[in-house]
Design a protein around this ligand. Structure first.
Ligand code: FE2
Ligand code: FE2
Length: 155
């Protein structure tokens, strides 16, 4: 019997109003869903670790790009925001290290990462990134597709 993980779906309730941020978030959703699929199937260790590494790598890149945009825009609560990013990343990294050390397996790591990233998507995006999107739209219009002179820049 084929058992599938329930999929996390991006919808407008996650939208920050900044297309570059939303596109990155959609990719994070996709990685999490991929992990869920891998967890249920019989993926080999290589494919699994590659997906986990891509997820961590992409999330780090996204957070760095987001922080850079916020700094450029003069966002006032940068420290709190960066601290929140660091907390999620460290948590995910520690779980990955535990797996690499042989202290968990792919099912455990998948479930743990799905937990961490579901919280990131539901708590951080909705409560922290969304207000930033509004700030960026007002103070850094170049980042919006039609808000300024330049092309949207990101990362
Ligand atoms: Fe953020
Ligand atoms: Fe973000």
């Amino acid at each position: 019997m084929d058992i599938a993980m329930p999929k996390l779906e991006w919808d407008e309730s996650f939208s920050t109003g900044v297309p570059a941020m939303d596109e990155d978030d959609k990719r994070i959703f996709a990685y999490i869903n991929e992990l869920g699929d891998l967890m249920m199937g019989k993926a080999d260790r290589n494919k699994f670790t590659k997906t986990v590494f891509s997820l961590l790598n992409f999330t780090l890149r996204h957070m760095v790009a987001e922080e850079a945009m916020l700094i450029k825009s003069g966002y006032p609560m940068m420290d709190e925001h960066a601290e929140d990013h660091k907390r999620y990343l460290n948590e995910a990294k520690n779980l990955y290290v535990k797996y690499l050390a042989g202290d968990s397996d792919s099912r455990i790591l998948s479930a743990e990462l799905i937990g961490v990233f579901t919280e990131l998507l539901q708590e951080h995006i909705v409560k922290v990134d969304k207000p930033c999107g509004e700030f960026l739209a007002r103070h850094y219009p170049e980042i919006m597709p039609h808000g300024g002179e330049g092309e949207p820049s990101w990362g």
